[in-house]
Design a protein. Structure first.
Lengths: 332, 385
């Protein structure tokens, strides 16, 4: 008898959407590998931040940071630093070799590998901050527009149609070039801050449109009616009932947007609108224009590989995530 | 139909206004007065004043005050400049810091603003409301921004050339690069998508999907740099740079091929989804059941039904052809719109960026309208409600 009730209990207890999705995702070994790769990039970026923090905190105790993160140091056995700061000779670039420079060095004698690692921090920072900004704008606006309709809806739709009418690349560049080195309300915008502000402030349109459409669809569903019947306030319905049920859409959209953000950062850095005095993948690729003519190919190869691997991982993981969390969206 | 057209045209009005507001906030409010940058570091007061006047920075942002005919600024200048200096001195002392440096020009400007404010207040206090009202002007940067954009009079760029000429000159080279690129990508990706849709579930399908994802993941820049280095520099099959003496086609082939290769991943993926959606539908099964050949089903049935997303995509892409390819034009030195954009960014030329943004947005708004009309043309199910 006791056995029977236990069985009934386990049968009744359902799995949540997330547990269900995770169970399905775990079965896909390749997607999980991609997930681990993405996490590794995040961890690397976090480690660089931690190292910088420790360096500033424990400088007095003689902590100079991990060697791997010290990109500005020149490496090489017979390397002589140039007399002037910016004088470089092509001979300083070392080809990849076993031992001290697995990925070679650039003209200044700085290790390509260390620059690549530091570039992960730049790119991840930009992508994460841009994601946060675009979510903070897009999700509430979309939810409010879809839920209240009327004037609010008109305003939000007008806002995103306007932004959508301007070509994305032109808009991002305009934001980046205008915000660069500007002081707004006493806050000085420098380096990558302008980049992620530009990307974030222009990329909320797609998520906003998605959320608005989804809220419109679900506004009349049973669980919202039930919530309204027991007297939930509008804000409670939106933020405790509707949005949590649409969170997977946000996550799926974000995993694909994230890649676009990384690529946008690369292009902006390349155009000279990004980080100017610290390495980023975009500036590494930019350097290739002068380097390739002297057969220095490894810096570009390293930066391309770094971008390629995270993009591929995000792409495959994003697709798998979509299939697992929302089988209805499956395309094939 | 006419009513629908008119309604759609009217719908463009708020969007154009929105774009103008957005560019105003970006370039005029946030971007600010860049006359000092234009005139150069060592420019004297008169040059800066000239520049400010030419680019309209001497006008207020939204609305402001102007002196009337009888008001003499030169007479009041000495007193007001001294007053401003004194004010700054007093404030610095109360905050216990030294006086911040200010250029003579800014000082003059502040003094003049104070003088105008005082005049306005005097007139109000003396109940000369007519005179006070007459001082208020709406001739501002805001009104200029709208006026210039709507009359397509964008003035001159920082290098003294007319912006409209620059844009018109750039359209040709941009189009001669992007049109072959666009048609190439379209033809290759649609035919491959049909093929893949037919071969769905086989090894070929998976291979192409994986290749698409790989193509999508490689940064655009790497495609260009590698292509230019390998095919033009190393193998010497194509010219590295655009040269105006040779025929256009000469310097277009390589960038167009690179553009096709780089864009194929995304576009093939899109069209594959479109085709798969169609090939799963019932009418395809019926067609096969009737005993039609594969070719007939694919070209007569599937392709025709897939026309709606394809046409939408094609029409919506046309304005972007005018925009050119920023990176390709930069690398191959093609003097198109993309090149103009890069030049404007390097020179921080907000005027060119502003004009480009507005013109492109207008073009896109028009083509969005055309798409809706095309919808009705291709799909008889669409009605004009």
């Amino acid at each position: 008898m006791r056995y029977k009730t236990e069985k009934v209990d386990t049968l009744i207890k359902g799995r949540s959407l997330w547990a269900d999705g995770w169970r399905r995702l775990r079965k896909r070994k390749f997607a999980m590998l991609c997930f681990v790769i993405v996490l590794a990039y995040f961890a690397l970026a976090a480690a660089v931040y931690l190292d910088e923090f420790l360096k500033s905190r424990f400088a007095a105790q003689g902590y100079t940071g991990l060697r791997m993160f010290n990109w500005s140091q020149t490496v090489g056995p017979s390397y002589q630093p140039p007399m002037e700061k910016y004088a470089w000779t092509p001979d300083n670039a070392q080809a990849p070799q076993a031992g001290w420079a697995l990925l070679g060095t650039d003209f200044l004698g700085q290790s390509t590998w260390r620059k690549m690692v530091y570039g992960a921090k730049t790119s991840m920072t930009v992508a994460i901050c841009a994601s946060i900004i675009s979510l903070m704008i897009g999700v509430p606006l979309g939810a409010l527009a879809g839920y209240f309709r009327g004037k609010v809806d008109d305003l939000v739709v007008w806002l995103y149609t306007t932004l959508d009418t301007i070509p994305y690349i032109l808009l991002v560049m305009a934001f980046a070039v205008v915000l660069r080195n500007k002081t707004i309300f006493g806050w000085e915008i420098r380096g990558i801050t302008a980049v992620y502000l530009a990307i974030g402030l222009t990329s909320w349109v797609s998520i906003c449109r998605l959320i608005r459409g989804e809220v419109l669809k679900r506004k009349e569903s049973e669980y919202v009616l039930a919530a309204r019947a027991i007297g939930c306030s509008n804000s409670r319905i939106i933020f405790r009932h509707l949005l949590p049920n649409m969170f997977h859409i946000v996550i799926i959209n974000l995993s694909l947007q994230f890649m676009a953000f990384i690529h946008a950062e690369v292009i902006l850095s390349f155009l000279g609108l990004g980080e100017s005095d610290r390495p980023s993948w975009g500036s590494m690729i930019d350097a290739a224009r002068t380097e390739l003519a002297r057969n220095v190919w490894w810096e570009m190869a390293a930066a391309t590989a770094a971008i390629f691997i995270i993009s591929l991982a995000l792409n495959i993981f994003g697709d798998a995530l979509r299939d697992c969390l929302d089988p209805k969206l499956r395309t094939d | 139909m006419t009513a629908y057209l008119i309604r759609r045209l009217l719908y463009m009005v708020p969007i154009v206004i929105g774009v103008l507001l957005a560019t105003f906030v970006l370039f005029k409010v946030v971007g600010g007065d860049i006359s000092q940058q234009i005139a150069g570091k060592n420019a004297d007061l008169e040059t800066i004043a000239e520049v400010r006047h030419e680019y309209g920075f001497d006008k207020p942002l939204f609305a402001g005050l102007t002196p009337l005919a009888g008001d003499d600024w030169q007479a009041a200048r000495q007193d007001y400049t001294a007053a401003i200096k004194n004010e700054r001195q007093v404030r610095a002392e109360s905050e216990n810091r030294s006086v911040l440096p200010i250029s003579a020009f800014d000082l003059d400007l502040k003094a003049q603003r104070k003088w105008l404010g005082d005049l306005f207040r005097q007139r109000l206090n003396a109940h000369q409301f007519g005179g006070a009202l007459e001082m208020i002007t709406l001739d501002s940067q805001f009104s200029d921004h709208f006026k210039h954009a709507l009359t397509f009079n964008f003035g001159r760029a920082l290098d003294r050339e007319k912006i409209s000429d620059k844009i018109l000159l750039g359209v040709g080279p941009s189009l001669s690069l992007t049109i072959p690129m666009f048609i190439g990508t379209l033809v290759v990706s649609i035919s491959m998508a049909l093929l893949v849709a037919f071969l769905r579930g086989t090894v070929w399908d998976y291979t192409i999907v994986i290749l698409c994802i790989i193509g999508l993941s490689i940064p655009y820049l790497s495609f260009i740099i590698f292509g230019q280095y390998f095919f033009a520099y190393k193998m010497d099959w194509f010219p590295i740079f655009y040269s105006p003496d040779k025929p256009m086609i000469h310097s277009i082939i390589l960038p167009a091929l690179i553009g096709i290769a780089a864009g194929l991943g995304g576009s093939l993926r899109f069209y594959r989804t479109v085709m798969l959606d169609e090939i799963r539908s019932d009418y395809v099964r019926t067609a096969f059941a009737k005993g039609l050949t594969t070719r007939k089903v694919l070209f007569k049935h599937v392709l025709k039904n897939a026309m709606i997303p394809i046409v939408t995509n094609v029409v919506l892409s046309i304005p972007f052809l005018v925009l050119g390819s920023l990176l390709l034009e930069r690398f191959f030195g093609i003097p198109g719109i993309g090149y103009l954009m890069i030049e404007a960014i390097n020179a921080r030329d907000f005027f060119v960026l502003n004009a480009l943004t507005f013109m492109m947005a207008l073009l896109i708004a028009v083509f969005t309208l055309l798409t809706d009309i095309c919808y009705a043309w291709v799909d008889p199910r669409v009605t004009f409600d």
